[in-house]
Design a protein around this ligand. Structure first.
Ligand code: NAP
Length: 351
């Protein structure tokens, strides 16, 4: 069996780290992207992040879109494993929910079908805690892999619905004869922070970017289960081969922290550099007002007064070490945002 791993959506924030870690671990990696032109930029972004820059020669890119059957059979051909990372991650509620839900669900099934018929051993699907703890009562509950979001709950966001339906469709596919000997594991990350590989910003960067750019006068008291992108990628790599991972979901996050803790870390480190990070508490009504004109704030309304408590025992066992802490992931993301020019100190901005 070959040692080629397919990584779908290789252009994305998380997938870039997965590609880099797979190359470092000695694998040959084939990525998918929607545009062939992404290849050159991706190679130059990845190369400085590799333990041995020469291993970029083991990386190739093919074109496939989750919304079309074209290209998936060729993409999986000869691969022993697949990380299916690609899925739309909108910055706000889409006008047409199907623009997010259809690529998430149909794309997952396209990848699984192609993988099963090509004799791939295992698919690791990037799901989310969006598929674990949305549309349900969170009060007093610590969520585990046994828990599922309710995609039919009133007010659930389209993204959370898309991730729940996609993961559900994946496990349902695995129960059909078509799946054959294929194995599935899912990684269910929380809110991902940590360093960027390349300058392209993603939805994940928004919370830290908004704080550094002081786009709100105060910080919403939202409590999330955060995780470092390097740990998310490492969990994917481990789940590709660990015998214990097959057939399991893995919640991948540290237990919950307030966004105000992120703001406090940023204020301490970046305040002296001229950034005016808002650390005061934005009251709930303030977030509701902000949500009227800010798409990302609107998406966060479901999390207001609704903390995310999770049990990460399974992923810690998979990795054999603790996950990175809030300070490390926050400062690494802030450093990337500054390095790639997404934020700058107030003083310099005026000049
Ligand atoms: P990202 O940077 O926006 O990456 C999303 C990737 O999906 C991109 O490569 C994008 O390709 C690809 N994609 C979107 N629609 C597609 C389509 N129709 N056909 C083919 N590819 C498509 O976001 P990310 O944070 O790395 O997210 C990656 C995965 O992690 C997603 O499954 C997301 O749900 C999951 N996740 C993310 C977080 C988080 O906080 N970031 C948390 C939990 C789970 P283009 O470059 O062509 O747009």
């Amino acid at each position: 069996m070959s040692d080629t791993v397919l990584v779908t959506g290789a252009t994305g924030y998380i997938a870039r780290h997965a590609v880099a870690q797979l190359l470092d671990a000695g694998h040959t990696v084939r990525g998918t992207a929607r545009r062939a032109e992404a290849a050159q930029g991706l190679r130059s972004d990845l190369t400085p992040h590799l333990a041995d820059p020469a291993t970029i020669d083991r990386f190739s890119l093919v074109v496939a879109d989750l919304g079309s059957d074209d290209g998936w059979v060729a993409a999986v051909a000869g691969c022993s494993q697949v990380c299916h990372v690609a899925s739309p991650l909108p910055a706000g509620e889409p006008k047409n929910p199907d623009q997010v839900i259809r690529p998430a669900v149909d794309g997952t099934l396209r990848v699984l079908r192609a993988a099963a018929s090509a004799g791939v051993q295992r698919v690791v699907l990037t799901s989310s805690i969006a598929a674990v703890l949305y549309g349900v009562d969170r009060r007093g509950k610590v969520f585990t892999e046994a828990d599922w979001s309710n995609p039919d709950a009133k007010g659930i966001g389209t993204y959370e619905r898309s991730k729940t339906l996609a993961e559900r469709a994946a496990w349902e596919f695995m129960a059909t004869p078509e799946a054959g000997a294929l194995e599935l594991a899912t990684i269910n990350p929380g809110l991902v922070l940590g360093p960027m590989i390349g300058s392209e910003a993603s939805t994940s960067n928004e919370s830290v970017r908004k704080l550094l750019a002081r786009e709100l006068p105060a910080c919403p008291d939202l409590t999330y289960a955060f995780v470092d992108v390097r740990d998310v990628a490492a969990a994917h790599v481990a789940a590709l081969t660990a015998p214990s991972a097959a057939g399991h979901r893995h919640i991948c996050a540290i237990d919950s922290h307030s966004l105000r803790e992120v703001a406090a870390i940023l204020a301490r480190e970046y305040g002296p550099k001229g950034y005016r990070v808002p650390t005061g508490k934005l009251p709930g009504w303030g977030l509701k007002v902000a949500a009227l004109f800010d798409k990302t704030a609107a998406m966060a309304l479901n999390d207001l007064g609704n903390p995310q408590r999770i049990d990460n025992t399974r992923v810690v066992q998979l990795l054999g070490r603790p996950l990175r802490d809030l300070e490390e992931m926050t400062l690494a993301m802030a450093a990337s945002l500054e390095h790639y020019g997404h934020v700058q100190p107030k003083a310099r901005r005026r000049s």
